[in-house]
Design a protein around this ligand. Structure first.
Ligand code: ZN
Length: 237
């Protein structure tokens, strides 16, 4: 039997919520575990989306830069698409409809991880970029009040995201977590809402194996980490 497709994750959503974000996994190390995924940069200063092996840093200024190999990411999830399946979709009324389509590809897989990419034209795309901590250890709930939210219309691009089972909430973000990158690589962010009326291509891979790497830092050791709960849903859902 072929080995199960693996999700590789560095640190936990609860650690990020608690503001543990000054150091992290090097980009070069992360990319050895997957060529698609998402995350954030040191001090939560922006969003990260990995598309086809390229790690893009979506900055709150609106710029998009490619991360260099030595940069450290305090939270990230990546995987290699291997036994993936595709589906053409005729429009999406809202973000949660992604889930229904993932379950069309992998019926019943509500308690497993799924990585997906969704490509095409979006009528509206509401995406946010966190502005970054004002001091070390500032919590993500507080940062959630200082995010830059942009609503784009008629944009083409790629969403990379994960469906994580609800029992993983706090370790991952239970439910959908997705980041968007425009097709010209000039803007993007954490997806808050979307609508599409045209055809989209959804590619997904169910991930039955999960590798979690935990930070080795004083900050992480000292933090009082809680399960996800409503605070996490509010910021990352
Ligand atoms: Zn995000």
């Amino acid at each position: 039997m072929a080995p199960a497709s693996q999700l590789f994750q560095y640190s936990t959503a609860s650690a990020l919520m608690a503001g543990i974000a000054s150091t992290g996994i090097r980009v070069s190390n992360l990319l050895s575990h997957g060529n698609y995924g998402l995350g954030t940069v040191a001090n939560v200063d922006g969003e990260v989306v990995v598309v086809n092996g390229v790690p893009y840093h979506l900055q709150s200024s609106g710029d998009v830069k490619v991360l260099d190999d030595q940069q450290q990411l305090p939270f990230a999830m990546v995987a290699h698409f291997s036994k993936d399946r595709s589906l053409s979709i005729d429009g999406l009324p809202h973000k949660d409809a992604i889930r229904d389509n993932l379950l069309r590809i992998y019926p019943g897989a509500t308690n497993r991880f799924i990585i997906f990419k969704l490509e095409g034209q979006f009528d509206t795309m509401t995406a946010r970029v966190v502005r970054g901590q004002e001091y070390p250890g500032q919590s993500l709930s507080e940062l959630g009040e200082h995010q830059k939210v942009n609503k784009y219309e008629h944009v083409r691009g790629t969403i990379v995201g994960f469906w994580s089972p609800s029992f993983m909430d706090g370790i991952s973000v239970g439910g959908l977590h997705a980041h968007f990158l425009s097709s010209d690589n000039t803007f993007g962010g954490h997806v808050l809402a979307l609508e599409a009326s045209g055809s989209l291509q959804l590619t997904a891979d169910v991930l039955n194996s999960f590798h979690l790497e935990l930070p080795e830092s004083n900050d992480f050791d000292k933090a009082k980490l809680e399960p996800g709960g409503d605070a996490l849903k509010k910021v990352e859902g």
